[in-house]
Design a protein around this ligand. Sequence first.
Ligand code: CMC
Length: 432
Amino acid sequence: MVDKNRKATLTIDGRSWDLPMRSPTVGPDVIDIRKLYGEADVFTYDPGFTSTASCASTITYIDGDAGELLYRGYPIEQLAERSHFLEVCFLLLYGDLPNAAQLEDFENRVTRHTMLHEQIQYFFRGFRRDAHPMATMVGVVGAMSAFYHDSTDINDPWQREVAAIRMIAKLPTIAAWAYKYSIGQPFVYPRNDLDYASNFLRMCFAVPTEEYEVNPVLSRAMDRIMTLHADHEQNASTSTVRLAGSSGANPFACVAAGIACLWGPAHGGANQACLEMLREIGSVGRIPEFIRRAKDKDDPFRLMGFGHRVYKNFDPRAKVMKQSADEVLGLLGVENNPLLQVAKELERIALEDAYFIDKKLYPNVDFYSGIILEAMGFPTAMFTPIFAVSRTVGWISQWKEMIADKDQKIGRPRQLYVGAPRRDYREVEDRS
Ligand code: CMC
């Protein structure tokens, strides 16, 4: 909302411009610089968008200093404890918690879209068996626009809705099949009598030769992982989805772009990188060596699972995840798992170390999620696909919000050009 009583004044070489101020519901005020270039002929410079709000949004709020995360106003801890993933999906997509009838209707709609077009199988079979499941997912999700033509018209609200439901419903099937394909096992079809998380676990771990019973503690832990990863305001992959969508691209293509961005080790790939790091450290005795490397400016090594662009306090998701890790490992009887011992000791040392304290580097969500997923039996390559399954609802909610936002234009940043000024072409024989 524009605050008519306040303005920011920018002065350059003695000339001043008044810039409108916008007030959020909570959080820092925002200076509206949209007219700056037109009026003052200057750009602002902000690589990595550290001080730039790219949109107005009503979906997720993070207070990084307080370590607070709200979905539509509800604290993540309450949702992780008392809600479940599909209810959280409804909340993110439509703005409020559903009543009983709305929830039943939503769960039915999602459940009845979990099957993939049968021909999509041939798409999977075109990939090498040793492809990373994220590579398969980028391809298959991108290809969904070639299968579901009747939900690619972004100007039709009904088609937008169908695309949203299709993606939330089908991403677990796609991720599970990417895994099954990579290990040479038959694809397991979804089952409508199972809840979302149980269905996903079954599609990953069942085989046709025997009955598979979903363990409710593992299913609850998976549901929590999904809830904790469901949205995180304008992070890199969500901003990628919005940027791709700003050109009018169809939602399947936009979510494929989001998956590609999520793959990077500084973002969703961190859970895989974190577990690989814990394995490399191997024992509590080697932790000081790795802490030393993390602090060394000349060593590119970073403690994976530590630090966050927005959280300068404990990531609230990490607290819930840590509790889940204890529950799952307890259930599986592997509390003495050496990786967990390394993780706990690493956390303790890092939280007492001046380098990490001064830079406000706390464990993030990925620090514990990998340990839980590994204990459940997932290979590290599946960690980021599970993040992608969970974040799909966030991407699609943000994409829908953007399409409905009258202030949104095609995303087109400007630049600080530092290349050569104009120069004339020279024939090859005239060049030194
Ligand atoms: N280990 C050691 N030093 C670190 C770390 C780390 N994990 N993270 C940041 N620093 C240092 C960094 O070297 C820099 O030091 P200096 O000021 O002396 O140059 C300072 O802390 C600030 O770091 P930055 O890279 O400028 O901060 P950023 O906001 O650009 O990066 C980050 C955030 C998450 C990319 C980064 O902390 C990192 O690479 N962490 C490890 C990867 C990771 O766990 N990512 C998962 C993020 S949570 C899941 C998600 O949302 O995707």
